[in-house]
Write a protein that binds this ligand. Structure first.
Ligand code: ZN
Length: 255
């Protein structure tokens, strides 16, 4: 049987998500913004929490870990470089490591920039990626601990995943991201199509994710910094892609 996922909101605009292996009954939470919504989601699905896979140390991704660990005795997997800042860590992982959730297997890729040790979890067979705060739908995380060049390299790693990979990110920021993206590429047809689709979802109060990597590649300006029309729109024709990325990120920070 195929893996099942369950998406729900936590805190103000964080996403919580569970991935479940029906064969073994194993269930992992990707990050744990707060305990109560994770518990509610587990009850709603009738699933038992076996693992928490942490993407980075920020409190709005780790605040629920201690309470969930106490109740479920679940395994906490966290990025090696940030383990000191994350509670109750059982296992640390780095680039290329494999993490099993029952019969499901994730590959770890290091995607630093938002934080220095941020990681993403790729479930290759299921064509799912959990990107935390590195990539958002039509946006990307703020570059807080790393450099723009580092963040651009992380985004390139994610962009290399197959187009039909479903992308689960850490926050519901899509509508604001689209408004900003249109200032960079006002005539991008894929972006305008995504705007329509997202408006419909928002009207129904439904989450705007997961998107696919193909949709992000076509419409997310932060993944398009090496495309001439994007460089041109920020006045950096011929500049290295990471500089174009840095300029777009800077404009978003000020928007
Ligand atoms: Zn964060």
């Amino acid at each position: 049987m195929a893996a099942q996922t369950h998406l729900f909101l936590c805190l103000k605009d964080n996403f919580g998500v569970l991935i479940h292996d029906p064969e073994s009954g194993a269930t992992a939470a990707i990050d744990a913004p707060e305990a109560a919504p994770v518990e509610a989601a587990l009850r709603a699905k009738g699933w038992r929490l076996t693992d928490i896979l942490v993407t980075h140390h920020h409190h709005d991704h780790t605040g629920g870990i201690e309470e969930l660990k106490q109740r479920h005795r679940c395994r906490i997997v966290a990025p090696d470089a940030e383990a000191d800042g994350i509670p109750e860590v059982d296992e640390t992982v780095r680039e290329g490591d494999r993490v099993r959730v029952g019969a499901l297997e994730a590959r770890v890729i290091e995607t630093p920039g938002h934080t220095a040790g941020h990681i993403s979890y790729v479930f290759g067979a299921e064509k799912l990626v959990f990107v935390g705060d590195t990539l958002f739908s039509i946006g990307c995380g703020r570059v807080i601990e790393g450099t723009p060049e580092m963040m651009w390299q992380s985004l390139l790693k994610l962009r290399a995943l197959p187009d039909d990979t479903q992308v689960y990110c850490g926050h519901e920021y899509t509508q604001a991201n689209i408004r900003f993206a249109k200032t960079i590429e006002p005539n991008n047809a894929a972006l305008l199509a995504r705007e329509q689709a997202v408006a419909r979802l928002a009207a129904e109060r439904r989450p705007t994710i997961p998107s696919t990597m193909g949709e992000e590649k076509a419409a997310n300006p932060f993944l398009r910094a090496d495309i001439p029309v994007v460089a041109q729109s920020v006045g950096l024709t011929g500049a290295p892609a990471w500089q174009v990325f840095a300029e777009i990120r800077e404009r978003k920070n000020k928007s």
